[in-house]
Design a protein. Structure first.
Length: 323
């Protein structure tokens, strides 16, 4: 079973213990932590070590960004840090990002922001005790400026991080399950409406053709039985909507599919139960369809006989419905 991968992005030296605790916390949730110092990142001998971290991000489903007081090493020849480059890649890939900033750094950022607008002082010369480079504040501003994925939460210790991530990831799972449930309900509703429309279309056609006749009542009964049959519903995946005549003319399911110019591919690998619109069907589903079709054909013939009509007579009378 594949587990979600969580990429942890931060400077390593000053946040060593935070990263170590994060690793174990992520594992307790059943997720797979990806940290550069643990050998989770493949360092391609033919490439730059900085690129190896960037190349690992597309393989992850969650991105945790921890901003502390150290700016860290610069990414190749650029002015931004390796952590900042990792963040930019996660933004580009639209991976969910959870950003946490050390409380002291967060407080200094507020001071930096206020003094930035003060024309009476040179804010670039102010020394901030919690950071080693004012570019950290620019990094925080970059995160805030994003229209999405821009939530920033301060933390004092690892307990704050654990509590925040636990709640956020639970909320993310709740959102996923809620939306999935809504999607499933929508599909069920559309399917029901589709079946109702199909039933109305078929029955209306017969009623209009021969109102009140015994023949129309027999045909309506046959169509109702067909619409309730799982085989007929499955055939609609392949855009096959057979008439009773077509079923009478074709002894097997394969004959019917060929009769409508379609092809079936039975996938006998594995034990799944599926059917797709391109004509592929699992062995288990195919065997079920074959049996249902056979039972339906027997019912149609027996029902006609019980009304003193032979299959040949019905076919002759409704030969225009062959396709």
């Amino acid at each position: 079973m594949a587990n979600p991968k969580v990429f942890v992005s931060s400077t390593c030296y000053d946040l060593k213990y935070i990263r170590e605790n994060l690793k174990y916390f992520i594992r307790t949730l059943g997720y797979e932590p990806v940290l550069s110092e643990d050998g989770n990142v493949y360092y391609n001998p033919k490439g730059h070590t900085h690129d190896s971290c960037i190349d690992e991000i597309p393989n992850c489903q969650i991105f945790v960004l921890i901003i502390g007081g150290r700016y860290g090493g610069k990414y190749k020849e650029t002015e931004h840090s390796i952590t900042n480059a990792e963040y930019k890649e996660a933004i580009r890939l639209k991976i969910p990002i959870f950003t946490l900033v050390e409380q002291s750094v967060y407080s200094d950022h507020n001071v930096f922001t206020k003094n930035k607008r003060n024309v009476d002082i040179d804010y670039t010369k102010i020394i901030y005790p919690s950071v080693d480079n004012n570019l950290i504040f620019s990094f925080i501003d970059e995160v805030r400026r994003n229209t999405i994925n821009n939530a920033i939460v301060p933390f004092r210790n690892f307990s704050d991080i654990e509590d925040y991530l636990r709640k956020q990831w639970a909320g993310m799972m709740y959102s996923f399950l809620t939306k999935q449930g809504e999607a499933d309900r929508l599909i069920d509703t559309l399917s029901m409406l589709g079946t109702m429309n199909e039933r109305i279309e078929l029955l209306s056609k017969e009623i209009l053709n021969s109102v009140g006749t015994n023949d129309s009542k027999i045909t309506v009964k046959l169509y109702e039985e067909m619409l309730a049959n799982s085989c007929i519903r499955d055939l609609s995946y392949w855009e096959i909507k057979p008439s009773p005549v077509a079923i009478l003319l074709n002894e097997t399911l394969d004959n019917l599919v060929e009769y409508y110019g379609k092809m079936v591919t039975v996938n006998n690998r594995g034990k799944g139960d599926f059917i797709s619109g391109n004509g592929e069907v699992s062995q288990k589903r195919y065997e079920k369809m074959v049996k249902c079709y056979k039972d339906l054909r027997v019912f149609i013939k027996e029902y006609l006989e019980s009304n003193d009509i032979t299959s040949e007579e019905y076919i002759q009378k409704h030969k225009e419905d062959t396709l």
